[in-house]
Design a protein around this ligand. Structure first.
Ligand code: SAM
Length: 179
């Protein structure tokens, strides 16, 4: 199957699972997930536009304003073998000035803050001349994402829901000092 790319979709969610977080809170968002057959069993009415691994995306470079990851599980930032190829691929598909948004529960070992920061640095070392700003914040899911049910990989509702958000602003524009 060939991807029919609608350029008006400027946001991308990875590992969307049975949910539709991206389309609800970041309109014009493609929903993707790395798991196809198993996901069909898990959630019959999934909204996935395209099945692909988060570190093997079928889009060209400099394509999206933002890449969203919501509660990554079985992939993400647990170790460098996962996180560097993932981060490198996200950087590739982001526009010159783009944003990575990661939502996570504090105890999710697949998105610890220290590893996200270290990975960003490590991936950026190999892609010199990029810069980034990292911020993390607490949020109340029931207020900011009212009505949305965050789910585990087994499609159970996560309780308490995610409460931590990481925002990484990427700048791929080469500055004179970086040349
Ligand atoms: C905990 S669920 C989160 C689902 C949804 N984002 C949410 O918050 O409700 C993790 C999702 O990541 C997907 N996943 C696992 N490994 C992946 C990979 N390498 N690339 C993309 N998605 C992956 C799983 O299939 C699953 O749907």
């Amino acid at each position: 199957m060939t991807l029919k790319d609608d350029k008006s979709f400027t946001n991308l969610e990875l590992g969307a699972g049975c949910g539709n977080f991206g389309t609800q809170f970041h309109p014009k968002c493609y929903l993707t997930d790395g798991c196809d057959n198993k996901l069909q069993d898990r959630c019959k009415n999934n909204s996935i536009h395209w099945f692909c691994k988060a570190n093997e995306l079928p889009w060209g470079s400099d394509r999206f304003n933002s890449v969203i990851i919501c509660n990554p599980y079985l992939y993400g930032f647990k170790d460098y073998d996962h996180s560097v190829p993932l981060f490198t691929e996200i950087l590739r598909v982001l526009k010159k000035q783009g944003t990575i948004i990661i939502i996570g529960t504090k105890n999710n070992k697949f998105c610890p803050e220290t590893r996200i920061v270290k990975t960003a640095n490590k991936a950026l070392e190999t892609l010199n001349s990029f810069t980034y700003e990292f911020a993390s914040e607490e949020f109340v899911a029931g207020t900011e994402y009212a009505g949305y049910e965050f789910k585990t990989i087994g499609n159970a509702i996560i309780s308490p829901p995610p409460s931590k958000r990481y925002i990484i602003k990427i700048n791929k524009i080469q500055t004179e000092s970086a040349t």
